[in-house]
Ligand binder design. Structure first.
Ligand code: ARG
Length: 273
């Protein structure tokens, strides 16, 4: 069932991804030395279950996290003259960690919503993405519109605490819902036939289509077309937010971010453990 490049995901399934994300041991902390001369670290929170935004990778025997968001985190650290520490947690822990000061900022493909903006402050959007529905290829012809998925016999999965959970509620009120902490676990349910569909961000879904055989994206519009990702900082941390917005503007106008995005999409579809 799995193509060659899936070994990273396969390994996560075997080792139990949720366990890995839930706890807070030193294995959840990753260090990126931007410059040997910097003494201080800035701390970024993320949830590395979300390629091409962030995902775990074995780099010559060293376990690390890579992705678009990590590159943005490094650029922010560099601008501040600091090294970067990345704390990897379940997505639903991230805003609490920010509010309680455990991390300085969060980059996790996070969409600024009104509810979240009550708790944290958001940067400008750095990447826009559509929301899609991922299914087994064999069922594409069955699910031709929203109504065909909105039925008590259909099980829809989404990430707990993510906007995809709200989208599942809004679009498929009649369906059964399965909400899990880690995205790879949602995909496992789909490949095992334990759910019929997963609501996902398009670039993430496309990654699974290229890495896992037998999955397809439905040709359906769900959710806001103008959703996107932003960096979150603690409420009121205007100085850090100004720096972050300047770094993002620079990365966007120079074309650096576009380059990073296409590199990370390629890396995700070609990764082998
Ligand atoms: N964009 C969605 C949200 O903000 C999902 C983000 C999930 N991110 C992750 N690293 N798992 O709710």
């Amino acid at each position: 069932m799995f193509k060659k490049g899936l070994s990273v995901f396969a390994l996560l399934f075997v080792t139990g991804f949720s366990m890995f994300l839930g706890g807070c041991t030193s294995s959840n902390i990753f260090t990126y030395i931007i410059d040997e001369s910097y003494d201080e670290f800035i701390v970024m929170g993320t949830s590395a279950d979300y390629a091409p935004y962030e995902w775990p990778m074995n780099d010559d025997g060293v376990q690390t996290i890579v992705g678009i968001d990590i590159e943005i985190g490094k650029a922010i650290a560099k601008e501040l003259g600091m090294n970067l520490k990345v704390v990897n947690k379940g997505f639903d822990y991230l805003l609490d960690d920010l509010s309680s000061g455990k991390v300085d900022f969060v980059i996790a493909g996070m969409t600024p919503t009104d509810a979240r903006a009550l708790i944290v402050d958001f940067s400008n959007i750095y990447y826009e993405a559509h929301q899609v529905v991922l299914v087994q290829t064999a069922s594409v012809s069955t699910f031709t519109n929203i109504d065909s998925l909105n039925s008590a016999s259909i099980r829809i999965a989404a990430q707990m605490g993510a906007i995809q959970q709200d989208l599942a509620e809004e679009n498929f009120p009649l369906s059964q819902k399965v909400y899990l902490q880690a995205v790879p676990d949602l995909i496992l349910k789909l490949t095992q036939g334990l759910v019929e569909a997963v609501v996902l961000e398009q670039p993430v879904a496309e990654g699974y289509v290229s890495n896992v055989e037998g999955l397809s994206i439905l040709d359906l519009e769900i959710g806001e077309p103008d959703g996107g990702s932003a960096v979150a900082v603690e409420k009121g941390n205007a100085d850090l937010l100004t720096t972050i917005n300047a770094v993002l503007a620079d990365m966007i106008s120079s074309g650096e971010l576009d380059q990073i995005i296409s590199d990370m999409i390629i890396l995700n579809s070609t990764t082998e453990e």
